[in-house]
Design a protein around this ligand. Structure first.
Ligand code: ADP
Ligand code: MG
Length: 636
């Protein structure tokens, strides 16, 4: 079936957008392909359509479990058979899912990169008929990128197992260096990149210098109506700003990674439906959010890279209507941002110390540790050894990059269990009471693979089967852990540390240049690029961002504060009188309805005079305001 017919049949769209068709044709001819489209550009279609045209199963590698579930749901709704494998599923569930991929006539298998390395996946993969490999968020494979994930490097190994299967890499953010690197790391047969412009024609980028951020924030929220996201750096601030807005009768909720899933869902829902206008969030909010009518994205704190900023700002105005991406910048922000360099890259001596203390913390002997999975409470650790959490977090991330540990973010994981003694040893144990023995038997009967790999268990169902309470099950398992009979990781939202190597002497730790110095340098230059962006006000902002991403765009956007400032400078030097402002406003709104912010942006006069002029015109009923939009009043 021609691609266009597939698009029509399953999605109901008549035409491809932008470069979608070019990407589809390329991967359709089994050529390794890299597609660059901004967020919301429609990347999913570019692998879903050709995969439907091909025989076999399309493997989709993507890092975010929530997005994965979303997409699978979405495909199912359209009558397309799709499955997902991610951490959090039991081993049995994974086996069943993978078996289905062999025999079940499925078209898509979504999988998180960490799962690619598992033996079970590789065994089953050999029996699947794979049509193509899709790598979403493919910039994660590059150390040059701002979001490197070591697990992505496993993809090249999978390619070796599937000779002749083409790969389609997709991303919404990549500098020229990263574009090159993605193709190398994914073993592209030859360079093959399709990119569309990242220009957002309806988005006005603005940087406001202000020492009174909350005052300015309220002013903006009152001038521009509509759905809003406010980004701040830390969790505490999300709550503070939300309270401030609520006190000013602006509906707002806050969102960060520390909230439980139910709360996150409720708040996201309230915002999505418009019940609450503003979401005040850390950068944990936004991935996979497809709300078209966001009018404002405001940053109260600076992100640490233009990549991150472009992604976050780009959540405004997906519907093509005018929208604003505003940074509120105070002089001290520069210092704060620069402070993140030593916070993110603490001294190597410090990292070694943290490593050393980690061994004390877990009472781990030299040479021990390989494959040990340990819960990690950063607060507790910092309290014990007198550290600050921010630097410890960074030190652990560097140790992870250097290959000594795996350090997970906070994970909402099901409980897991692994027997650390052999099955035959289990029967030779002495001094185990009857209740405990019975519990062990029930667990052995309920799950498989308990001696080879961590298995997800459910204490509630074990409790029912054993006639114990959940609390008792928990306590017995903890007891058995202490006896080193098994290793039990209770359900909890917590980060983990997993030893990927035996403990070494901290003097022997190797933190290579590529792990430390080179990454630090790139981090510094991203910070510098961000500072340049906010401190320059003579170059079109859209142009600055596009140039950063290697795009040569030859025109100014005409919407950002730099463009508007220039127009003003060219326009007139002297202050305008209120009469002149009134004339200008009437001329503007008689052409088309505008928000007060639009008006203020287009008239070179003091903000207070403009507000006053608008008030006068409203009183005289020469203009009317409807839902925050000013219309020319052409009644009698
Ligand atoms: P991305 O992954 O690039 O951020 P998505 O694949 O999630 O973007 O697509 C964003 C939205 O655009 C989706 O709602 C999708 O259905 C829509 N879309 C994609 N392609 C087309 C098209 N050719 N015509 C109309 N809508 C499209
Ligand atoms: Mg996408």
């Amino acid at each position: 079936m021609p691609y266009r017919d597939i698009l029509k049949q399953y999605w109901g769209y008549d035409n491809f957008r932008g470069i979608q068709e070019d990407i589809i044709t390329s991967i359709g001819k089994d050529k390794d392909t890299l597609g660059l489209m901004p967020t919301g550009g429609g990347k999913s279609i570019t692998f879903q359509v050709p995969a439907l045209a091909k025989e076999g199963l399309c493997l989709v590698i993507t890092p975010l479990i929530a997005l994965m579930k979303d997409q699978v749901q979405n495909l199912k709704k359209r009558g397309i058979k799709a499955l997902a494998v991610y951490s959090g599923m039991t081993r049995d569930e994974i086996v069943v899912t993978l078996e289905n991929c062999i025999f079940g006539n499925y078209k898509f298998l979504y999988i998180s990169p960490e799962r690619l390395a598992t033996e079970i996946f590789r065994v089953k993969l050999a029996k699947m008929k794979i049509s193509m490999i899709t790598v979403d968020e493919s910039h994660c494979i590059s150390q040059w990128g701002y979001d490197f994930r070591p697990a992505y490097l496993k993809i090249a190994e999978i390619r070796d197992l599937l000779p002749g299967v083409p790969v389609l890499a997709l991303t919404a953010t990549a500098t020229p260096q990263v574009i090159k690197d993605i193709q190398i790391r994914l073993h592209f047969k030859e360079d093959n990149v399709f990119r569309m412009s990242f220009e957002r024609k309806n988005l006005a980028y603005v940087v406001r210098n202000t020492e009174n951020k909350t005052g300015e924030l309220l002013h903006i929220l009152r001038s521009v109506p509509g759905s809003t996201i406010i980004y701040v750096r830390n969790r505490r601030r999300t709550k503070e700003i939300t309270e401030l807005l609520n006190n000013e009768d602006i509906t707002a909720d806050f969102y960060h990674a520390g909230l439980d899933d139910a709360t996150k869902d409720i708040r996201q829902q309230r915002w999505q439906t418009g019940e609450s206008r503003v979401m005040v969030a850390t950068n944990a909010f936004g991935m996979g959010i497809d709300k078209p009518d966001v009018r404002l994205v405001i940053h109260l704190d600076l992100p640490d890279s233009p990549e991150a900023y472009f992604q976050e700002a780009g959540r405004a105005g997906r519907d093509g209507e005018k929208a604003y991406a505003i940074i509120l910048y105070a002089k001290s922000d520069k210092t704060t941002l620069n402070k993140r360099i030593p916070d993110t890259f603490p001294e190597k001596e410090y990292i070694k110390q943290v490593y050393e203390h980690l061994q004390y913390y877990y009472q781990m002997a030299m040479g021990d540790g390989l494959e040990c999975v340990r819960e990690f409470s950063i607060e507790d650790f910092c309290r014990k050894f007198k550290y600050f959490p921010v630097q410890v977090d960074s030190a652990l991330k560097i140790l992870a990059q250097a290959g000594y540990i795996e350090y997970t973010g906070e994970q909402d994981n099901a409980s897991r269990l692994l027997f650390t003694i052999r099955r035959d040893e289990l029967y030779k144990l002495h001094g185990i009471n009857e209740v405990t023995d019975k519990l062990i038997q029930i667990i052995l009967r309920s799950y498989t693979g308990l001696f080879t790999d961590y298995t997800y268990i459910n204490e509630a169902s074990i409790a029912v089967r054993s006639g114990l309470t959940q609390r008792q099950v928990y306590e017995i398992l903890i007891q058995l852990s202490k006896l080193r009979i098994l290793s039990y990781i209770p359900h909890k939202k917590t980060p983990y540390i997993i030893y990927t190597r035996e403990r070494v002497d901290s003097n022997q730790l190797v933190i290579s240049k590529s792990v430390y110095e080179e990454r630090k340098e790139r981090y510094e230059s991203r910070i510098q690029a961000m500072i340049d962006y906010v401190t320059t006000n003579t170059i079109c902002r859209s142009r600055m961002l596009l140039r950063y991403f290697g795009e040569r765009n030859e025109h100014n956007c005409g919407l950002c504060d730099a463009c508007i400032g220039q127009q003003k400078a060219i326009g007139n030097e002297k202050e305008m009188s209120i009469e002149e402002v009134i004339e200008e406003i009437l001329a503007l709104v008689s052409a088309k309805p505008l928000t007060p912010a639009d008006i203020a942006g287009q008239i070179n006069a003091d903000k207070d005079i403009i507000s006053k002029a608008i008030r006068l015109l409203l009183e005289e009923k020469k203009i009317i305001a409807n839902n925050g939009i000013i219309h020319y009043f052409c009644g009698n």
